[in-house]
Ligand binder design. Structure first.
Ligand code: ZN
Ligand code: ZN
Length: 353
């Protein structure tokens, strides 16, 4: 039911360390290309925790957080042609105008009027309703009968793991791939790298529970790096040669350092992690090694492909969901996700009636 005059509940950022479930006005259509979507399921991302720590000063107090979710279209501007009220949709974390130079180059992460704006520079999805600019090119129709919780994983983490990790890493059949970091995005890279049948799939993390999950998700070897000996173990597993692809899914100097030490000649380091401080780049060792180092902000241009693999049962992203909360318990959902190690949390699903 779409009732724009009524206040709604939303998770509002009130500056570093401060968040609240507030009553705020419903969003309204600003542009002809906007849609208002009733968010039925959303989730919390590691990026939201970064914002709450104050790591992203571009996000200002009063902002509704969240850039992932699914919902039902409530209203559309007159310029929206592909969706109408009542349509069930997947919300992409990337807003794409579809027309600017970057969108035309297949790089909507840098869209001149969009990119990652939801829950960043405009209000996001951790609310009962959200305004989606450029709805035609930023929403996807949900197929009938699909597992809705699984679809929430397609807003951000699966395209991120696949595009920034697997595609940028150029994984090939028979490769030895190491994923450094077994959080939701690292595990998404682990799931989607298996499209390419790598021979060895090594996952490195500090958390024993997450490594156990990684095994269930297809890792051939898991390494707990608590003892600081992950590099030696990877070199032993690869006869001293190193890996073909090292996927960095943490965003720390130490984990990027591991990637530099384990990448073999001709290999790729595919960075996914959000880095807050500079890393040491060891060109004195890497200059002669024919390595490729890549970075990417997710473009979410592989969402249609990933949607098909989920529908065909080739990819089962619902495995990433560990906790479920009603929207009224959003703060509790944050506490659980914020203590992921202790709570054994991967992704939480927050449902609006
Ligand atoms: Zn995210
Ligand atoms: Zn654009």
């Amino acid at each position: 039911m779409f009732n724009p005059s009524y206040p709604m509940k939303a998770l509002v950022y009130h500056g570093p360390g401060k968040k609240q479930l507030d009553d705020v006005p419903n969003p309204v259509l600003h542009e002809a290309t906007d849609a208002i979507v009733h968010v039925t399921k959303t989730t919390i991302c590691g990026t939201d925790l970064h914002i709450l720590k104050g790591d992203m000063p571009g996000v200002t107090a009063g902002r509704i957080l969240g850039h992932e979710g699914i919902g039902v279209v409530g209203a559309t501007g007159i310029g929206v042609t592909r969706f109408k009220a009542g349509d069930r949709v997947l919300i992409s974390c990337i807003t794409a105008c579809g027309k600017c130079e970057y969108c035309r180059r297949g790089m909507p992460s840098h869209c001149e009027q969009g990119g990652w704006i939801l829950g960043n520079t405009i209000d996001g999805t951790q609310a009962e309703y959200v305004r989606i600019p450029f709805a035609d090119t930023s929403l996807y129709a949900l197929p009938e009968g699909v597992d809705e919780e699984a679809m929430v994983m397609l807003s951000d983490i699966l395209p991120t793991g696949y595009e920034c990790g697997v595609l940028k890493g150029a994984v090939k059949p028979g490769d030895t791939v190491a994923v450094v970091g077994a959080g939701p995005v690292g595990l998404s890279a682990l799931l989607t790298t298996q499209f390419y049948a790598p021979a060895q799939l090594i996952v490195i993390d500090l958390d024993a529970n997450r490594l156990e999950v990684a095994k269930q998700f297809g890792a051939t070897t898991v390494i707990n790096s608590t003892d600081g000996k992950a590099v030696e173990q990877v070199m032993a597993l690869t006869a001293g040669k190193g890996v073909d692809v090292a996927i960095e899914a943490v965003g720390l100097p130490s984990t990027f350092g591991i990637c530099q030490e384990i990448v073999g000649a001709g290999g790729h380091i595919a960075n996914i992690g959000v880095h807050g401080v500079s890393v040491n780049l060891h060109l004195e060792k890497l200059w002669s090694q024919n390595v490729t180092i890549t970075t990417r902000l997710v473009d979410a241009v592989t969402t249609p492909l990933l949607l098909k693999t989920v529908l065909a049962g080739k990819l089962k992203p619902a495995q990433l969901i560990t906790h479920r909360f009603p929207f009224a318990e959003m703060i509790k959902a944050y506490e659980t996700f914020g203590n992921a190690g202790k709570e054994r949390a991967l992704k939480v699903i927050v449902t609006n009636p």
